[in-house]
Ligand binder design. Structure first.
Ligand SMILES: Nc1nc2c(c(=O)[nH]1)N[C@H]1C(S)=C(S)[C@@H](COP(=O)(O)O)O[C@H]1N2
Ligand SMILES: [Mo]
Length: 226
C-alpha cells in the first residue's frame, strides 16, 4: 500500500513554516510522512559495501578530534554496554523515498556521550565514522538532540548485523543516510566537512521535512535549480 504524502509541504510553502501539523487533517492511524515519501512493506536493508564482522575483544569506539580533554577516548564494547540507555520510537526516512513508521530503538543518548566526553566549545559538527570508510557529518545541534541515539537495540532485540550490530547512530529527524550503521568513531570538528554521501551529491543537512535531498539545493536554499 503506497502512502501518499500529506499536505505538509504545501502548508509549509503557504505559511513559510516547515513545521508539520498546523491545521491539516490527518487520519488517526495514518502517519504523517515528509514530502515525497512512501511506506514499503518491510524495513529495507540499505548500505554501501560489506557488513563488518564484530569481535568484542578487539572492537572499539573512538571519540577524537576537538575534544575538551587533551586526548582521545577509546571505549571498548564493555564500556559501551555500561552506559545508560533510553528508548525512542520514530519514523525512519530514506532519501530513496521509503519511510518506515514507528521503529522502536534503544541505545545510548548522544547527549550522554557529549556530557561524559565533552567536545571543545568551538565544535560545530561531528563526523560519524563506520568501518570501510563510510561517514556522515551531522551538525552538533542535530547530534545533541535528545532523540539522537547510539542504538544497540531495535524492537527489543539487539540489532541484527545488516541493520548495524553492534551499534548504529539514529538521528530520527534527518534522512537515514546520516544514521550510520556499525559506528566506530565520533570525530568532533570545528570546521564542517562532508561525509560519504554528502560528498557524492547529497544534501549537507538532510532535513526530510524540508526535502533536503541533494547538494544542489544548498546553492539557492531550497528546490531544484531553475
Ligand atoms: N555504515 C553505513 N551506514 C549506513 C549506510 C551505509 O551504507 N553504511 N547506509 C545508510 C542509508 S542510505 C540508510 S537508508 C540506512 C538504512 O538502514 P537499514 O539498512 O537499517 O534499513 O542506513 C544508513 N547507514
Ligand atoms: Mo538511505
Amino acid at each position: 500500500m503506497v502512502h501518499l504524502p500529506g499536505p505538509s509541504a504545501d502548508i509549509a510553502d503557504d505559511c513559510g513554516s516547515e513545521q508539520e501539523g498546523a491545521g491539516q487533517q490527518v487520519m488517526a492511524d495514518e502517519p504523517v510522512l515528509p514530502p515525497g515519501q512512501y511506506i514499503p512493506r518491510t524495513l529495507p536493508v540499505l548500505h554501501y559495501g560489506p557488513i563488518p564482522a564484530f569481535d568484542p575483544a578487539t572492537w572499539d569506539l573512538r571519540i577524537f578530534g576537538a575534544t575538551e580533554a587533551a586526548s582521545e577516548t577509546r571505549l571498548r564494547w564493555t564500556d559501551v554496554t555500561a552506559l545508560p540507555v533510553s528508548e525512542l520510537t520514530a519514523d525512519f526516512h530514506c532519501v530513496t523515498k521509503f519511510s518506515v513508521p514507528g521503529l522502536t530503538w534503544a541505545g545510548i543518548p548522544a547527549t550522554e556521550l557529549l556530557s561524559r566526553f565533552p567536545p571543545a566549545a568551538t565544535v560545530t559538527h561531528v563526523m560519524i565514522w563506520a568501518d570501510f570508510g563510510y561517514s556522515a557529518n551531522v551538525r552538533i545541534g542535530d547530534f545533541a538532540t535528545e532523540t539522537t541515539l547510539l542504538a544497540t537495540h531495535r524492537a527489543g532485540a539487539p540489532l541484527t548485523p545488516e541493520h548495524g550490530y553492534p551499534v548504529r547512530l539514529v538521528v530520527q529527524h534527518l534522512y537515514a543516510w546520516k544514521s550510520v550503521k556499525w559506528v566506530r568513531a565520533i570525530e568532533y570538528m570545528t570546521v564542517d566537512r562532508r561525509g560519504f554521501w554528502e560528498e557524492r551529491g547529497y544534501h549537507n543537512t538532510a532535513d526530510p521535512w524540508r526535502e533536503q535531498r541533494y547538494s544542489y539545493q544548498e546553492l539557492d536554499g531550497e528546490g531544484p535549480p531553475l
